[in-house]
Design a protein. Structure first.
Length: 370
């Protein structure tokens, strides 16, 4: 009888149709009319437990988290994300979290990574260091550092090295030669775009003419040699980055955590890329010299950047965007007034659409209020 009453209550709450079969944990809890416990992580290793019912949406959970943190974000938007290693996928407000946990269970069974719930900033609309809530400053600071660490902050390499040095000062205090730290924790090292001129040509075109009656083993050895060269080159670039970051780090001696945080935010708010969500995309047509680019989605416009560069190739305000969407999976299309449609290949097509939709909604609401 109690279970029937409980089920009737769920139905009367207007629960959406489920997208996934309930997880084992959910079914066990339902038998005892209990909610599922889940852990939500955030930057800095922090986490909190939330109780998930079959009707709890991501938007409601975000509202509860903001209330529990006593955080008043004004116009800035927070969201829950699905997180696995360095990959984040935003969860729509109306999505049932029970469905997300059921999906996590499936992915774990299929050995598709360890996924978890993560809470962070989704859209930066307004920000001033002087007037911001101290807790919101922490979220913003961590978001910028995460972009730098993942190599998704549109600025020149020298500036990125300085940001990484300020992060080191925040995490480890004053520089000391005996302070070892993982470079990948503060900065993304990439291989040079142009390989050394004396590098051995181990590509397929050269090899096919010399293998003759070569075997698969020879081909395997060929690619292994190439991989070793890349590993050595990567190690060399990592050491160069470490030395440059250390040189900047030495100049930050005496900065406490608060000062290091504020100095980093002062630098980032002066740059064009501040507040943009940056996505790696491959432009399908040949309008640009390089096809592998960045799409930066901001409060008033979108911009196309060369990867690892600070100056955009194109900028388009939302007023000039006629439509946008995904005509097929992993393809995102933007129709722009006076320009040919911009089509890009990206697995993050849903996140791009959601972020653009959020910013346009905020812009329209602001115009109505005026």
């Amino acid at each position: 009888y109690k279970f029937a009453v409980y089920a009737e209550g769920l139905l009367s709450a207007g629960v959406r149709q489920r997208e996934f079969v309930p997880s084992r944990d959910e079914l066990k809890k339902l038998m005892f009319l209990k909610e599922m416990p889940a852990v939500v992580s955030c930057y800095g290793g922090g986490s909190c437990k939330i109780a998930i019912s079959p009707t709890l949406t991501a938007g409601t959970a975000v509202a509860r988290l903001l209330s529990g943190l006593r955080l008043n974000p004004r116009q800035n938007k927070y969201a829950l994300f699905e997180k696995c290693d360095n990959e984040y996928k935003v969860i729509e407000d109306r999505t049932l979290l029970a469905d997300v946990l059921a999906k996590f269970e499936r992915q774990k069974t299929a050995k598709i990574g360890e996924w978890s719930l993560f809470f962070k900033l989704f859209a930066i609309v307004e920000f001033t260091i002087a007037n911001s809530d101290p807790l919101e400053l922490v979220f913003l600071y961590e978001a910028v550092c995460d972009q730098v660490r993942r190599g998704l902050y549109p600025d020149d390499k020298v500036s990125l090295h300085e940001l990484a040095a300020l992060r080191c000062q925040y995490l480890y205090g004053d520089y000391s030669p005996d302070k070892a730290y993982p470079v990948e924790g503060v900065y993304r090292v990439t291989l040079p775009e142009i390989r050394p001129a004396n590098r051995k040509q181990t590509g397929t075109l050269k090899s096919l003419g010399t293998l003759g009656k070569g075997t698969i083993r020879k081909l395997k050895d060929l690619y292994t040699d190439s991989e070793r060269e890349d590993e050595l080159l990567f190690a060399e670039e990592t050491e160069k980055a470490r030395n440059t970051i250390n040189d900047f780090w030495k100049t930050k001696a005496g900065f406490n955590k608060g000062t290091a945080q504020q100095e980093l935010l002062k630098l980032t708010t002066r740059w064009l890329g501040f507040g943009y969500g940056v996505f790696e995309v491959v432009v399908i047509d040949n309008r640009f010299r390089d096809s592998e680019l960045w799409l930066a989605v901001g409060r008033t416009d979108i911009a196309i950047y060369p990867r690892l560069k600070s100056v955009p190739i194109e900028v388009h305000t939302y007023d000039t965007i006629i439509s946008f969407g995904a005509p097929q999976e992993n393809v995102f299309r933007i129709a722009i007034e006076g320009h040919a449609p911009l089509e890009m290949s990206t697995p993050q097509f849903l996140d791009i659409a959601r972020l653009m939709k959020t910013y346009i909604g905020i812009m329209v609401k602001g115009k109505r209020n005026k």
